[in-house]
Design a protein around this ligand. Sequence first.
Ligand code: ADP
Ligand code: ASP
Ligand code: MG
Length: 425
Amino acid sequence: MARIVMKFGGTSMAGTERIRRVAQIVRKQAAGGNEVAVVVSAMAGETDRLVNFAREAHALYDPAEYDVVVASGEQVTSGLLALTLQSLGQKARSWLGWQLPVRTIEAHAKARVDAIDSEALLASMADGTIAVIPGFQGLSADGRITTMGRGGSDTSAVAVAAAVKADRCDIYTDVDGVYTTDPRIVAKARKLKAVTYEEMLELASVGAKVLQTRSVSLAMKEGVRIQVLSSFVDDDATPADDLPGTLIVSEEEMERMVEEGKMERKLVTGIAHDKNEAKIILTRVPDKPGAVAEIFSPLAEASINVDMIIQNVGRDKGETDVTFTIPQADLARAQALLEDKREAIGYNRIITDSHVAKISVVGVGMKSHAGVASDMFRALAERGINIQAITTSEIKVSVMIDEDETELAVRVLHTAYGLDAEDAA
Ligand code: ADP
Ligand code: ASP
Ligand code: MG
């Protein structure tokens, strides 16, 4: 017997027919003698619809009330799945975020899970009653409903899995695993049998939306075993227990898989893109100590995350241009803050551009091998793609390019690093 947490995303829960399919998958997992808890997302498109309602009601909405509105999508699907399971003769009940409760900390709309009371859940699971939990929602210390940021149901599922010490957390979605890049963009993307926590964390944080970044960091911290797999399967598909999807594994487990010939080690594991960043250029900033601090302090105080930064070589007049990127959603706020500080910073012009995309290549192999970045720059140059900014970490290289060239760049790099499916062993 195993204890399994199953999570179903928006497309998997989109309507009565899909929910019936989900109920069958859940029942099959439980019928194998396993203890099961299920975490569900709102129906596909529903959270966007609710976010728009909140915006229409009040452009500068109160995040606490926003949470009341957007958390409702998951309440509907959790009740519907419990009902559908019951209609199949399976004992099931829903547990809303405030009922368990899922205690969260920090801000509304981007709450973090602090702790989940697992007692009721464990009792329910032991009794053979499937617990259905709405993802994305929790309860703040002052008793109000919270949500965990877009894609947050992945994090709910991992948090539940950690709380009940599950053997595995299966994340069911609309693709059958984690691929070398978004399979909806690159037809030759290859499914990975396994990927390390560290790589998945980088891939998620640079735009591979298959898992929410926080869900991966939580799983890494708590040692939760994640499998990403598809809910769009028929009855004779390989059972989840035989691991047909992609496993997120530790570095040691990956080493073992490589040694046993189950995985091939490539320098680059995956490529991700992100069109949600914007670029800001401040021209003729005084080239003197403290100038850069004047620019970035107000942004930091406003919790605006700066990603890439370039300070050009000072011109002879003691001036320099400073270019950096921030999330597109924060552009208007950042621009207003910087315009307020124009005199204190002493820049000449502010130029903004949200028509940019960040392309990132990720792989732990980069720790020990040089040349990944230069291969990237050469491959892009050969296709005439101009690089506007560059940033690197130990296992990642990212470049900022024109948004129109996103798909081309991802495809070119996918081929350049030998990731295309036809190259597969
Ligand atoms: P869910 O609603 O199930 O949470 P998401 O839409 O959040 O699903 O995530 C699944 C999507 O992630 C896929 O449809 C795919 O387009 C996208 N995706 C981006 N990068 C990758 C990748 N490297 N591997 C698999 N899917 C990816
Ligand atoms: N429904 C929420 C969203 O669309 C949470 C989730 O599905 O993970 O962001
Ligand atoms: Mg998702």
